[in-house]
Design a protein around this ligand. Structure first.
Ligand SMILES: Cc1cc2nc3c(=O)[nH]c(=O)nc-3n(C[C@H](O)[C@H](O)[C@H](O)COP(=O)(O)O)c2cc1C
Length: 189
């Protein structure tokens, strides 16, 4: 069983990274193998809405998203972690999420070829905002939860936290515990 962590912040060692690390530690404790993808180190272009994927489930853009797509298919659960940038997710995370189009047909249903692996797959989210009001990240939660609801994925929930300076989240034991628990839940059948 593998739990895949998708890191959406370019700040390695920053708050999203630390929280995702705790989530994956929780998943490990529950017996999962874990892997992390740092989106900022990948080449992921924006979706072009060319609709070529609608027929075959193969994206026309040839970049690193193909290898990430395979990891998503093989994962038991996926946990995303992103800071708030201008009231939404980072550009890296948005480019990645838009490329999920490859999984769907023209009616936004899973491609037949992906349905057995994607339906019911577990998906969770961690957000960090510089603002003290964690609801600054509501649009990100809306985006991921709506994707999960539309496609009948298994929504694990969101850990929403606030921290501004790099690594400051280490002082927030409650947020670290919540992230750990999210990972544990992701890996507990
Ligand atoms: C380009 C940019 C835009 C940001 N926009 C917001 C924002 O709209 N709201 C907010 O609360 N914090 C905002 N922040 C602050 C980050 O969310 C905050 O510093 C967070 O802890 C960064 O997480 P990281 O360490 O995982 O990169 C912004 C930071 C950057 C660099």
């Amino acid at each position: 069983m593998k739990v895949l962590g998708i890191m959406g912040s370019p700040r390695i060692g920053g708050n999203s990274d630390i929280l995702l690390g705790h989530a994956l530690a929780g998943a490990k404790e529950a017996g999962a193998e874990v892997e992390i993808v740092i989106l900022d180190r990948k080449r992921i272009a924006g979706c072009k809405d060319c609709m070529k994927c609608n027929k075959m489930g193969v994206c026309a853009i040839k970049d690193d998203m193909a290898e990430i797509q395979k990891k998503i298919l093989d994962a038991y659960a996926i946990i995303h972690s992103t800071p708030v940038y201008f009231w939404t997710m980072t550009a890296q995370m948005k480019a990645y999420l838009d490329r999920w189009c490859v999984f769907f047909d023209a009616d936004w249903r899973w491609q037949k070829v992906y349905y057995p692996k994607m339906r019911g797959k577990r998906i969770g989210l961690i957000t960090v905002c510089g603002d003290t009001n964690i609801h600054t990240a509501d649009p990100i939660v809306h985006s991921f939860k709506s994707t999960a609801d539309m496609t009948k994925m298994n929504w694990l929930g969101a850990v929403m936290t606030a921290a501004a300076a790099k690594g400051e989240i280490v002082n927030n034991a409650d947020a670290l515990r919540q992230a750990f628990e999210l990972g544990k839940k992701a890996a507990t059948p």
